[in-house]
Design a binder for this molecule. Structure first.
Ligand code: NI
Ligand code: MN
Length: 225
C-alpha cells in the first residue's frame, strides 16, 4: 500500500483500490494538488467539519464513488453516501471500514446553514491485509488502547497540531496506547493555531515507544507499507 499525505487530515491510500480520506483540498493552503486531479474508488469522511468533508461531495460526483461516513452525515449528503456508525465494520468496494470513536464535536455547513451531523469518528481501514488507523480529529482517550488491541493497526495517522485536537504530548501518549508499527503525524501546520511540532512529537514517541517508527511527511509526499 502506498500512503500519501495531502496536508491537514487528507490522505490517499493506494492498493488494490484507491481510498481517499478527509479530502480538504480547496481552501487548504498546504494542498499539493487540485481536487479535480484526485481519483478515488471510495472516500472516507471522519466528520462534517469543513476541513474534513472538504471536497468529498464534488470528488464523489466526479468519480461516481461512495462516501463512507457516520449515519447522520450520510443523510445530509444523500446520494452516494454510505452511512455507518461507531463500532461497526462496513465493506465498501472490497475495503473494510471500521468506525472508531473520536473525542471531538461535529456539525456541517450546507448551503450556508450549520446543522448537526452526528458525532466525530475515526476509521480503521483494512485493504490488502494492511490496517491503517486514521484517528480523525480527537483528544487522547484511554480506549485507544482497545483500538490497538482489537485491530492492531500497521499504521496510525494521528493529529498533533493542538488547539482543536491533541498536541504532541497527548499524541505521543496516544501512540503509547495504540502501539502501531508506524505513526504519521497530521493536522498541524495548516493554519497558525495548529502549531504542534512534528519534531517534538517524534522525540516524545521515540522516548516513550521504542520500536514505533515515526514518518514525517511533507504535503504531497508518500511512503510504501
Ligand atoms: Ni473537526
Ligand atoms: Mn479538523
Amino acid at each position: 500500500m502506498r500512503i500519501t499525505w495531502l496536508g491537514h487530515a487528507a490522505f490517499i491510500l493506494e492498493g488494490s483500490k484507491t481510498v481517499l480520506i478527509d479530502p480538504f483540498i480547496s481552501g487548504n493552503p498546504k494542498a499539493p494538488l487540485k481536487a479535480t486531479d484526485l481519483k478515488a474508488d471510495v472516500i472516507a469522511v471522519t466528520h462534517g467539519h469543513g476541513d474534513h468533508l472538504g471536497d468529498a461531495i464534488e470528488i464523489s460526483k466526479a468519480n461516481n464513488c461512495p462516501i463512507v461516513c457516520i449515519y447522520e452525515l450520510s443523510r445530509i449528503i444523500g446520494k452516494n453516501a454510505v452511512g455507518m456508525n461507531i463500532g461497526g465494520t462496513a465493506e465498501v468496494e472490497g475495503v473494510l471500514f471500521t468506525m472508531t470513536p473520536a473525542l471531538h464535536s461535529a456539525d456541517v455547513e450546507i448551503d450556508g446553514k450549520i446543522v448537526s451531523a452526528g458525532c466525530a469518528a475515526g476509521f480503521v481501514i483494512e485493504m490488502d491485509g494492511i490496517r491503517v488507523y486514521h484517528a480523525g480529529d480527537t483528544g487522547v482517550f484511554y480506549d485507544m488502547k482497545l483500538i490497538g488491541e482489537l485491530y492492531e493497526p500497521d499504521v496510525a495517522l494521528i493529529p498533533i497540531g493542538g488547539w482543536y485536537t491533541m498536541g504532541p504530548k497527548e499524541a505521543a501518549k496516544a501512540v503509547e496506547l495504540i502501539k502501531p508499527k508506524i505513526v504519521v503525524p497530521m493536522h498541524y501546520g495548516t493554519f497558525p493555531v495548529i502549531s504542534g511540532s512534528p519534531e517534538e512529537f517524534k522525540e516524545l514517541v521515540e522516548d516513550k515507544c521504542p520500536g514505533v517508527k515515526v514518518v514525517i511527511l511533507n504535503p504531497g509526499e508518500s511512503f510504501e507499507v
